[in-house]
Design a protein around this ligand. Structure first.
Ligand code: SF4
Length: 297
């Protein structure tokens, strides 16, 4: 676990750390990192107020590149860890970052259950439609017929539609972005962080090394901004959001797809009515607490 120690006036103004990203030159994840930093700085989120949790994959290295609390956890397990952290300390801004394989493959069960609970979390998926870290296998969002290391004759499986999955699972903020449009992405992250409830952004973040189909150019030729072409859309209209989420072909919308306000898990769970767990008494004697600590640490 990295910590936001040495918080000074200077460091709270920047998220920079001494470690540089080990991503390939041109990887889409650079745009997500800079957009996240810009959004959180613009929202004046201090380093010691933010926790970034990730799973495993190229994009899951992100917490190590930001001056904030961070957990680089297990494959597909970022959401349960983020859930625990948020329940323990509601004051933290908890952001989860990872890839499509981590989130929609190994971690898909956690993805669904975190959304139906409407925990106040922000989940950014760097969706490159391939397993990058393991050098180019088909992922849950790899398009049909795509040739990869594991599908040399073309992918026979239908890809997951993450936006539809989020909409039917109860996410209260659903958006799509493109790392090649960092200002647009940063503005969406600001909205997601401000949203009280589960906010999910599926970010097209091209893998320039192993996905030669879904490139920056491929996306640029297809994406359009909902704000430009449908400024009067009602983002609380679920059927319209579903119809928008289904559009994936010659034209692909980016922007806010859906947003509603509903009670969060933290606000609904009776055990948490007395405040975050870190502020509550354990309700056991000190001697027993120390004995438990001894046994478990
Ligand atoms: Fe990015 Fe792909 Fe390189 Fe991983 S392998 S760092 S996803 S370009």
């Amino acid at each position: 676990m990295s910590t936001a120690n040495s918080i000074t006036e200077k460091t709270v103004k920047t998220r920079k750390v001494e470690v540089s990203p080990d991503w390939c030159a041109g990887c889409g994840d650079f745009g997500v990192l800079s957009s996240l930093n810009k959004a959180t700085l613009d929202k004046d989120v201090k380093s010691h107020e933010m926790l970034i949790v990730s799973g495993i994959g190229c994009s899951s290295n992100l917490p190590g590149y930001v001056n904030a609390y961070g957990v680089h956890s297990l494959h597909g397990r970022a959401l349960p860890i983020a859930t625990g952290a948020k329940l323990a300390n509601h004051n933290l801004k908890v952001v989860i970052t990872g890839g499509d394989g981590d989130g929609f493959g190994i971690g898909v069960g956690h993805f669904i259950h975190a959304m139906r609970r409407n925990l106040d979390l922000t989940y950014l998926v760097m969706d490159n439609e391939i397993y990058g870290l393991t050098t180019g296998q088909a992922s849950p969002t790899t398009m049909k017929d795509t040739k990869t290391k594991t599908t040399p004759r073309g992918n026979v499986e239908q890809p997951i539609n993450p936006l539809m999955l989020a909409l039917v699972s109860g996410a209260t903020f659903v958006a799509r972005a493109f790392s090649g449009q960092p200002a647009h992405l940063s503005a969406l992250i600001e909205q997601a962080i401000a949203h009280k409830g589960f906010a999910f952004i599926d970010v097209f973040s091209p893998c320039v090394t192993y996905n030669k189909l879904n490139t920056f150019t491929w996306f640029k030729e297809r994406i359009y901004k909902l704000d430009d072409e449908a400024p009067d859309r009602d983002p609380t209209d679920l059927p319209d959001a579903m119809s928008t989420a289904m559009e994936f072909g010659d034209r692909i919308p980016i922007g806010l797809i859906y947003k509603v306000d509903k009670p969060t898990y933290e606000d609904s769970e009776p055990v948490l009515l007395d405040g975050p767990l870190v502020k509550q008494s354990l309700g056991i004697k000190k001697a027993l607490f120390e004995q438990l600590l001894e046994e478990t640490m």
